[in-house]
Design a protein around this ligand. Structure first.
Ligand code: PFF
Length: 462
C-alpha cells in the first residue's frame, strides 16, 4: 500500500471503488481555487461579468476536457506524459503532458504558500489571537504576517510536510477522512456563512456585484483570459491531474456521470463561496479588487461579528486547509507519478525529492510579500501572482487546448468515443464536436484577444 487511497503495491495501483475515484477527483477540484482564488479573481475582474464568462468556460470548454482527461487516463493507465507517449508515440501531443508536469511544480509551489497562510489563520483561531480585531485591523494583521520573512515560510513548510507525508505513506484514511467528512463539512459551513453574510446590513451591494453584470466589463479581453484560467484551475484541468487520477481507475467505470458530478459540485462551491464573501466585503467596507489577500482580510470580519465567531473561524480554516491538502496531493501526484515511471525512482525518492524542490521553488512567492515586494513581473503582479498567471491562465488552457485537439484530431474517433463511455450517442457527438471545434477555437480566441493580436488585425478586442 503505497499511495493516496489506492490499492496494490507491485501492480499499478487502483482506486477501490467508483465512489473513491469520484471523491478523489472532487478532492482535487475543490480547494483554495474555489474560495481564495475564485474570490480574488472575481473581485479583480468586475464580478458578475466575470462569473458569466466563467460559467460558459466551465460548460463549453471545461466539461468536455474533464471527460477527455478521464478517458485518456483510464485507457492508458499511465501518467500525464506517458499517456500521450502510449497513445501517439513520436507525436508532439506529449507537449500537453510536459507542460502539465511543469505546471504541477509551479502551481504547488505557490499553492503551499497560500495554504500556509490558511494554517497560520487556523493557528490564530486556536490561540484566540484572531478572535478580536488586532490593533492594526485584520488588513494590518495580514500584511504584517505576509511581509515577515520567516514566519510564512514556516507555515508553508508545515503544509508541504503534510502533503509529502500523505503522498508518501498513502494514508488512505487521510484522504478518505478529508474527502468523505471534511469536505461535506466545509460545504455546510460555507452555505451557512453565505446565508449569514446575506443577512448583514449592506450586503445587497455585494450580491449586485456578483450577480448583476456591468456590461462594459465584457469588452475587457483580460476578463476572458482570467475566467478561462480560473475554470481550468478550479477543475484541476489541463495538466494531467485528472489523467493521473483516472489512470488508477479500473476499466469498468462509467465516466460521464463522474464528470458532470465533479464539475457541478466544484462550480456550486465557488458560487456559494462568492455569496459568502462579497456581501461581507461590501458590508465591512473592503475592496473587492484587493488581490490575493481578499479572503484573509474579509472573512475574519465576518467571524468577528458573530457570537461564536472564534469557533466558526477555527472550523473554517481547519476545513479550508483540509480541502487545500487534498488538492495539493493531486498536484504532487502528477509530478511524482511521472518521475517514478520515467526514471524508475521509488515512490519515496520521487516524493521526497520533488516535494523538497517544490518547497524551495515556493520561497520567492512567499518573500514577494515582504523582502522581495519590489519585484513585479507581469504588469503589476508580484512574484506569486505572476507564477499563478503563467501557470493557471497560460499553461493550463494551453494544455487543455492540446488535449482537446488530440482527442478531436489526433485520436481515433471510434476509440475516443468508446473510451469516453458515450459511444455513438447524441451526447457523444456533442462531446466530440466540442473538443474538435468549439473548445480549441474558444481557447485560441481568448489567447489572441488577450495578446492584443485580434485588435491588431482590427478584429475586436479594445
Ligand atoms: N483545483 C484546485 C483548487 O481549486 O484549489 C487546484 C488544482 C489542483 C489545480 C490540481 C490543478 C491541479 F492539477
Amino acid at each position: 500500500m503505497s499511495q493516496t487511497g489506492l490499492q496494490g503495491s507491485k501492480e499499478r495501483e487502483q482506486w477501490k471503488s467508483r465512489v473513491g475515484f469520484m471523491l478523489a477527483a472532487l478532492g482535487s477540484a475543490v480547494g483554495l481555487g474555489n474560495i481564495w482564488r475564485f474570490a480574488y479573481v472575481t473581485g479583480e475582474n468586475g464580478g458578475a461579468a466575470f462569473l458569466i464568462i466563467y460559467l460558459v468556460c466551465v460548460t463549453l470548454i471545461g466539461l468536455p476536457i474533464v471527460l477527455a482527461e478521464f478517458a485518456i487516463g483510464r485507457k492508458t493507465q499511465s501518467d500525464a506524459v506517458g499517456s500521450f507517449v502510449k497513445l501517439a508515440p513520436g507525436k508532439p501531443w506529449v507537449l500537453a503532458g510536459i507542460l502539465g508536469v511543469a505546471s504541477a511544480f509551479i502551481i504547488l509551489s505557490f499553492y503551499a504558500v497560500i495554504s500556509g497562510w490558511s494554517l497560520k489563520y487556523l493557528f490564530g483561531y486556536v490561540t484566540g489571537e484572531l478572535w478580536s480585531t488586532p490593533a492594526t485591523g485584520y488588513e494590518g494583521f495580514f500584511s504584517d504576517f505576509t511581509a515577515s520573512p520567516l514566519e510564512p515560510l514556516i507555515w508553508q513548510s508545515i503544509f508541504m510536510f503534510f502533503t509529502i507525508g500523505i503522498v508518501l505513506a498513502g494514508v488512505k484514511k487521510g484522504l478518505e477522512l478529508s474527502n468523505k467528512i471534511l469536505m461535506p463539512a466545509l460545504a455546510i459551513l460555507v452555505i451557512s456563512l453565505a446565508i449569514y453574510s446575506v443577512s448583514l446590513e449592506g450586503s445587497s451591494e455585494g450580491l449586485r456585484f456578483l450577480f448583476s453584470p456591468d456590461w462594459s466589463a465584457f469588452s475587457d479581453p483580460n476578463v476572458y483570459l482570467a475566467a478561462l484560467g480560473q475554470a481550468f484551475f478550479s477543475l484541476s484541468l489541463g495538466m494531467g491531474a485528472l489523467i493521473t487520477y483516472a489512470s488508477y481507475l479500473s476499466k469498468k467505470e462509467r465516466l460521464p456521470g463522474v464528470t458532470v458530478g465533479v464539475a457541478t459540485m466544484d462550480t456550486m462551491f465557488a458560487i456559494v463561496a462568492g455569496v459568502m464573501i462579497f456581501p461581507a466585503v461590501f458590508a465591512f467596507g473592503g475592496e473587492p479588487g484587493s488581490g490575493p489577500g481578499l479572503v484573509f482580510m474579509t472573512l475574519p470580519n465576518i467571524f468577528n461579528s458573530m457570537a461564536i465567531g472564534g469557533v466558526i473561524g477555527l472550523a473554517f480554516f481547519l476545513l479550508l486547509t483540509a480541502a487545500a491538502l487534498s488538492s495539493a496531493i493531486s498536484l504532487l501526484e502528477v509530478a511524482v507519478a511521472y518521475f517514478i515511471r520515467k526514471f524508475n525512482w521509488s515512490r519515496k525518492k520521487a516524493t521526497l525529492l520533488i516535494g523538497g524542490v517544490i518547497y524551495i521553488l515556493g520561497i520567492p512567492s512567499s518573500l514577494g510579500y515582504g523582502l522581495l515586494s519590489d519585484i513585479k513581473i507581469f504588469g503589476e503582479r508580484d512574484i506569486l501572482d505572476s507564477l499563478d498567471f503563467l501557470a493557471s491562465d497560460i499553461f493550463l488552457p494551453l494544455g487543455g487546448l492540446i488535449i482537446a485537439l488530440f482527442v478531436g484530431w489526433g485520436w481515433n474517433k471510434a476509440e475516443a468515443l468508446k473510451e469516453s463511455d458515450l459511444g455513438r450517442t447524441a451526447l457523444g457527438k456533442v462531446w466530440y464536436n466540442l473538443l474538435k471545434y468549439v473548445a480549441p477555437i474558444a481557447i485560441l480566441l481568448v489567447f489572441l484577444q488577450a495578446s492584443g493580436l485580434l485588435a491588431f488585425f482590427g478584429l475586436g478586442g479594445e
